[in-house]
Design a protein around this ligand. Structure first.
Ligand code: HEM
Ligand SMILES: *[C@@H]1O[C@H](CO)[C@@H](O)[C@H](O)[C@H]1NC(C)=O
Ligand SMILES: *[C@@H]1O[C@H](CO)[C@@H](O)[C@H](O)[C@H]1NC(C)=O
Ligand SMILES: CC(=O)N[C@H]1CO[C@H](CO)[C@@H](O)[C@@H]1O
Length: 331
């Protein structure tokens, strides 16, 4: 009797789980409900990238940051209001460039006309980042779709979850491995710094008054340091001053970032550490000599990022606008 009772409980439990099993991410999630989804995404990101070449870097970083906090759930897009300070307004978010937000809004507006209420903002960010990587020369990787958008976004959740350039390699490694990434996957992902910009304040400590014995960080190649010093001389007056992450081929997604690290051309302190640290150096060497291997590993790691803690079923919603929850009373 007890045995049958237990069996029933198990059976009900299985049924309760079933909707989630069914709603696992799949590449053709929108095939019936929004067949033009992929075409609209491709067209929208291509037009925006042509208009504003900083879009690719901005969107890739936006996607990474969204996934680092509570999963890839578009929580980073929610604007703060009088009652809630959203993730995107956490201190670090100051530097997230508006072009990533803008490309998502453009895609959402078109998709709402084509198939209202169907495509989630989190699927839009993931797809925009992928399509932009491809557009600037990087690898294609297939994405599962069917993410739901979060019902919460709080700036406190964002604190201490992002890697920052002043971290030690132990701290950076802990951050990535605690999220289930291997050191090799981490090195591949940081290869994203083959495109985009960093503001002077992110590396100015390496340029001015670096230490008691050196004005600039000796890890920098001297002419590179001199150029950066000149570029950043007035950064306190003009905080928008910024440098390319990859000084050699700044707009192309390639393996130049890794080649740069070997020549003292790593911009951020953590970039330089990737080549210094025994745990990461072998992978820097590998990716600097084999771009196909970098592309392959980057694609796999990005797919892994893209499924971090995704929300499906009733754990989330398809937002009507990407910057606001559908029920404005929540939060
Ligand atoms: C050690 C880990 C990492 C650190 C410390 C780090 C830190 C930073 C910082 C400080 C910036 C400059 C932001 C600004 O001034 O606007 C930046 C830019 C960027 N990061 Fe990272 N990052 C890391 C890993 C990653 C990963 C894993 C990705 C993506 C997969 C990524 C993608 C980007 C991109 C694309 C940019 C350029 C943004 C733009 O052009 O607007 N980063 N990163
Ligand atoms: C460098 O540091 C010294 C003291 O540590 C300070 O007097 C000086 O103003 C600093 N220079 C700059 C350019 O910040
Ligand atoms: C580079 O990586 C690719 C992809 O993993 C591999 O097929 C190829 O053999 C590697 N090339 C060299 C020279 O090791
Ligand atoms: C703490 C902090 O500086 N927050 C800023 C985040 O960015 C917005 C603009 O996007 C600023 O208004 C906040 O002051």
């Amino acid at each position: 009797m007890i045995c049958i009772y237990k069996y029933h409980i198990f059976y009900l439990f299985f049924l309760a789980l079933f909707p989630f099993i069914q709603s696992k991410l799949t590449p053709n999630y929108y095939q019936k409900t929004c067949p033009k989804f992929l075409d609209i995404m491709k067209e929208t990101v291509a037009a925006k990238q042509q208009l504003t070449p900083s879009t690719a870097g901005a969107t890739l970083r936006l996607f990474f940051h969204d996934c680092m906090i509570g999963g890839c759930d578009a929580s980073i897009l929610v604007a703060s209001n009088a009652f809630n300070k959203g993730e995107r307004d956490a201190d670090i978010n100051l530097s997230l460039s508006g072009d990533g937000f803008d490309v998502v809004t453009r895609a959402k507006n078109r998709l709402e006309l084509e198939c209202p209420g169907v495509v989630s903002c989190s699927d839009i960010i993931a797809t925009a980042a992928r399509d932009l990587v491809v557009l600037v020369g990087g690898p294609f990787y297939e994405l599962g779709l069917g993410r739901k958008d979060s019902l919460v976004s709080r700036s406190v959740d964002a604190e201490n979850k992002y890697p920052i350039p002043t971290m030690t390699m132990d701290q950076v490694i802990n951050l990535f491995t605690s999220k289930g990434f291997t050191i090799q996957e981490m090195v591949a992902l940081v290869g994203a710094h083959t495109i985009g910009f960093s503001h002077c304040k992110e590396f100015s400590n390496r340029l001015f008054n670096f230490s008691k014995t050196a004005e600039t960080d000796p890890k920098y190649q001297p002419e590179f340091a001199a150029g950066l010093k000149k570029l950043c001389q007035n950064y306190q007056k003009d905080p928008s001053m910024s440098a390319y992450n990859d000084v050699m081929t700044p707009k192309k997604f390639d393996n130049m970032y890794f080649k740069n690290l070997k020549r003292g051309l790593g911009l951020l302190a953590t970039d330089s550490l990737m080549f210094e640290d025994k745990r990461t150096k072998p992978f820097v060497e590998l990716y600097a000599t084999n771009e196909s291997k970098f592309f392959e590993d980057f694609g796999h790691a990005m797919r892994k990022v893209s499924v971090s803690n995704v929300k499906v079923g009733k754990d989330g919603e398809v937002r009507n606008r990407c910057d606001a929850f559908n029920n404005l009373d929540t939060n």
